[in-house]
Design a protein around this ligand. Structure first.
Ligand code: ADP
Ligand code: MG
Length: 245
């Protein structure tokens, strides 16, 4: 079913990707990593993106977040075209990311409190006491004790670091949270805890989430709809039946 038909209610898509193509300069044989990618996400939707390693998942994310540019195609965020025109900082106001390796996503020389505070300082001028209150509140939202504000990333586990990364993303109130293999580096039991936390937060915040993984079972557990990427193309779109969620 085409996305347009699925959402034939006139509601504006949060994200619209149209005919995205990507060729890296190093692909001197002329091959495209992304051949023709089009999809939509509605506000508050949880969309899965699966595909084997090297299928181009992270390349899509890098284009969406402005880390790299598309060779062809357009991206619209809340109806406004973002490709080319908007800076990474502007995209960052609406889109936040959770990466595979939480420890390397945090600054090891800063405490958890300073890492979180940095996220608040980046965009707006907020008084110090208010920033501290927000950092404490957000740690509680990800079920970590407030005492963790004084710890360094090296003093806490990988799963706890990922909770801090989720907290840091939430401080910026994104309309879209992109999780690129966010649980792949974690132990299986911790993976489930992080997935449950992401689901809980996504529903509470009515935030859209693009959940990327090579693990179909994991994605089917989290998402309403799944895109399958293969050889740089979306091969299949599946809707997860309610009873499977
Ligand atoms: N900067 C780059 N230069 C050249 N090729 C790249 C670059 N980044 C990624 N690729 C290639 O693009 C393909 C898709 O990579 P990627 O998007 O990371 O896949 P996935 O996230 O699905 O594992 C791979 O073949 C990879 O080698
Ligand atoms: Mg990847």
């Amino acid at each position: 079913m085409r996305d347009r038909e699925r959402y034939g209610n006139g509601m504006e898509a949060l994200l619209r990707v149209e005919h995205l193509k990507k060729q890296f300069h190093r692909n001197s044989d002329g091959t495209y990593v992304l051949k023709d990618i089009s999809f939509e996400m509605m506000p508050g939707e949880c969309l899965g993106l699966i595909g084997n390693s090297g299928s181009g998942k992270s390349t899509i994310v890098k284009i969406l977040t402005g880390i790299t540019t598309a060779t062809k195609g357009c991206i619209y965020l809340e109806g406004k075209q973002i490709s080319g025109k908007r800076t990474q900082k502007e995209i960052g106001k609406k889109v936040q990311m959770i990466f595979q390796n939480p420890k390397s996503s945090l600054n090891p020389k800063m405490t958890i409190g300073q890492n979180l505070d940095d996220a608040l300082l980046y965009y707006r001028k907020i008084p110090k006491t208010e920033r501290k209150r927000q950092c404490e509140e957000i740690l509680e939202r990800v079920h970590l004790p407030v005492s963790y504000l004084a710890k360094y990333p090296s003093q806490i586990s990988g799963g706890e670091c990922q909770r801090v990364c989720i907290a840091r993303a939430l401080l910026r109130h994104p309309a879209l949270l992109i999780c690129d293999e966010a649980t792949s580096a974690l132990d299986v039991s911790v993976q489930k805890e992080i997935v449950d936390l992401l689901k809980e937060i996504q529903q509470e915040e009515h935030m859209a989430m693009l959940f990327i993984s090579h693990d179909l079972a994991l994605v089917a557990n989290v998402c309403d709809r799944i895109l399958m990427l293969s050889d740089g193309e979306i091969k299949k779109i599946e809707c997860v039946p309610d009873e499977a969620q």
